[in-house]
Design a protein around this ligand. Structure first.
Ligand code: ADP
Ligand code: MG
Length: 388
């Protein structure tokens, strides 16, 4: 599938610019196995890069102006890379502008490039097509101009580019897009940015994403409210247990002991966070031991927590998880990402996927009148150069 994408992107580049690209960069989307809503609560996350990518074809054009073509949108823009960079109304161009802004404000001197890119990452479904876009473009600039930027700094600068666009994201998306490795998940410590790889050998189980195809507008306000509730909660914990400095040091018993000192909502949020931080470590242990059913069980628990305690699910996502919960061929499922829409991530016994997919699509359409989108994903490499 990616071979076709690479061919298509290269052929379009040749057609548009009349030359062969000098660099081809592949930049993946990502999934997160477990560890949701705890990146901003000093927790761990367990993402991986996937085999869905944006393919970029580049060449230097020996001018000060870059010409960038988004093949999927059939749109293009030009930018003087020596001038001050500004946000525009064309959102996709802002991610590229953000990267150029990051580079120039860090003192890197750029020249113009020609670039064509095309993608098979679903856009806006929570697979981080935006991180793939920023990091892939930045990776290409790094290669073309020998900027010597380390991979981890590509991730950090990509994150800053996204902040510049106006999205106050954590580091997980860019980190996993850049640092991912085939057949590995990466456990990231969101407090220190330390990371370790674990084998992602799902044995007899396939990773399948079910895209609810909904996006409820609650998302942003709820996100801000959750952050504020967690801050309130940890302040209460700290004032009673001075030895605790963050949720990381907290155990369930600490939160339980303070239940009547918190509002019900604040209690539920904190209780979820403490348990979710623990679940990520348990999931790593289970993966290391090859106990995929255990990983799956933890995913179900996460979903329950996100739905009932953190309250960031919605009817459509709960339906998708509830529908597979008692199916012995589905060992784990949960909402992935911020919530209120997007995808569920599922571990489904190989060989049984076809029937499960068609039953679910039918049931989902009957219940909500919405088409279910389904993506098979495999764990792939982080952003890399493709040798032509
Ligand atoms: P996600 O990162 O979950 O896919 P976002 O809303 O964060 O969703 O980012 C999606 C945005 O990234 C799109 O609205 C668009 O601006 C940009 N983008 C992603 N993929 C492409 C693409 N193939 N072509 C042009 N723009 C893209
Ligand atoms: Mg994004």
């Amino acid at each position: 599938m990616n071979d076709l994408l690479i061919k298509k992107t290269t052929a379009s580049f040749q057609e548009l610019f009349g030359s062969t690209p000098s660099k081809i960069v592949l930049s993946p989307g990502r999934i997160n196995i477990i560890g949701e809503h705890i990146d901003y609560n000093d927790g761990y996350v367990l993402p991986a890069a996937i085999d869905k990518i944006i393919c970029f074809a580049f060449e230097k054009n020996n001018t000060n102006t870059s010409k960038i073509v988004a093949l999927d949108l059939d749109e293009e823009f030009e930018i003087d890379v020596t001038a001050k960079v500004q946000l525009t109304d064309t959102v996709w161009t802002n991610y590229i502008r953000g990267v150029i802004h990051q580079l120039t404000s860090n003192g890197f001197e750029l020249e113009g490039v020609n670039c064509v890119f095309s993608s098979n990452i679903p856009v806006g479904s929570g697979l981080s097509s935006s991180a793939a876009l920023e990091c892939g473009f930045l990776f290409g600039m790094n290669e073309l101009f020998n900027l010597n930027i380390k991979p981890i700094d590509i991730a950090l600068m990509g994150q800053k580019a996204e902040h510049w666009v106006g999205i106050n994201c954590g580091i997980m998306d860019q980190f996993s897009s850049v640092m991912g490795k085939e057949n590995k998940v990466v456990k990231i410590d969101c407090r220190t940015l330390e990371y370790e790889y674990h084998d992602a050998n799902f044995n007899d189980y396939a990773l399948i994403l079910l895209d609810s195809n909904v996006k409820h507008s609650l998302m942003t306000s709820a996100y801000n409210e959750r952050r504020q509730q967690c801050e309130e909660g940890i302040a209460i914990v700290k004032s009673h247990f001075p030895e605790i400095s963050s949720f990381r040091d907290c155990e369930e018993k600490h939160v339980l002991e303070l239940k009547d000192k918190m509002t019900e909502d604040v209690f539920k949020r904190c209780y979820f966070v403490v348990k979710e931080i623990k679940r990520v470590s348990l999931a790593c242990e289970a993966l290391d031991a090859g106990e995929i059913e255990k990983v799956g069980q933890l995913m179900f628990e996460t979903h329950e927590g996100l739905s009932k305690e953190y309250e960031v699910s919605c009817d459509e996502l709960d339906f998708l998880v509830d529908s597979v919960k008692n199916n012995p061929d589905v060992v784990g499922a949960r909402v992935m990402g911020g919530g209120f829409g997007g995808c569920t991530i599922n571990l489904i016994k190989k060989g049984t996927e076809t029937a499960i997919k068609s039953n679910l699509s039918k049931a989902y359409f009957e219940k909500f009148g919405i088409e279910l989108k389904i993506y098979d994903v495999k764990i792939g490499n982080g952003t890399s150069l493709h040798t032509i």
